[in-house]
Design a protein around this ligand. Structure first.
Ligand code: DX5
Ligand code: ZN
Length: 212
């Protein structure tokens, strides 16, 4: 079944994390922003530590930062399962993947909407996860970019052709109207923020993404 990673960018207080702990979600998605790669700044390391302590699910950390290398060593907490960095900040420095893995954490690579997904195919052997951005990185609450489906399909085809175990996650504007198509296109994980966080009934909302 598809995994759900809830983005707690807009709301991450004790009560929210507690409520989400009691649901069927699989991960907490943590959006780290440095004010350079994207305009906003968010999720300092102490804040991640705080959420980590409250979380009863593993963390899926999305580094929207210019220099991911500066963060990886500080993100060494047991419940961090994935660290995802951006292809656009990689500068072909494959040691970043090694750095993540040497801490026993799974390694993800994210692509912005304007990046051709085929550009990352040569890196797939190194990756546990590819995060397809279905909105411009930087803000929650934006509308899903429809061309993301084609990207996911192309990527899935390549993963299958090469018999890889890399999973596909998608991030931005995910809700019940596009979840089914994302899964059909090949997504293994859906990141959803606004749609889940703003709902009155977490269980019904999460089920509407999972059980489509
Ligand atoms: C956008 C972030 C997303 C965002 C998703 O830059 O990477 O994780 O919080 O939020 P929604 O679901 O509101 O688009
Ligand atoms: Zn994200």
């Amino acid at each position: 079944m598809v995994k759900i990673s809830v983005s707690v960018l807009s709301k991450n207080d004790h009560e929210t994390i507690d409520k989400l702990n009691k649901t069927d979600i699989d991960f907490f998605h943590i959006d780290v922003m440095d004010g350079k790669f994207v305009n906003k700044t968010n999720f300092s390391i102490p804040k991640i530590k705080e959420v980590h302590e409250l979380a009863e699910k593993n963390l899926d950390v999305h580094l929207m930062v210019e220099n991911p290398g500066n963060y990886i060593d500080q993100l060494y907490f047991p419940k961090i399962e994935y660290i995802t960095i951006h292809y656009e900040t990689l500068n072909n420095d494959l040691t970043l993947f090694e750095k993540i893995k040497s801490n026993g954490i799974k390694c993800g690579l994210s692509v912005k909407p304007s990046t051709d997904i085929r550009d990352i195919f040569y890196l797939l052997d190194n990756l546990d996860l590819v995060l397809v951005m279905s909105v411009e990185p930087g803000y929650g609450g934006q509308s899903f970019i429809e061309s993301s489906f084609d990207k996911v399909r192309l990527l899935k085809e390549e993963i299958i052709k090469r018999n890889l175990k890399t999973i596909i996650s998608i991030d931005g504007g995910i809700n019940s109207t596009n979840a089914k198509s994302c899964i059909e296109a090949g997504c293994d994980m859906l990141v959803s923020g606004t749609y889940i966080i703003n709902s009155d009934d977490l269980k019904v909302t999460i089920d509407s993404l999972k059980k489509v």
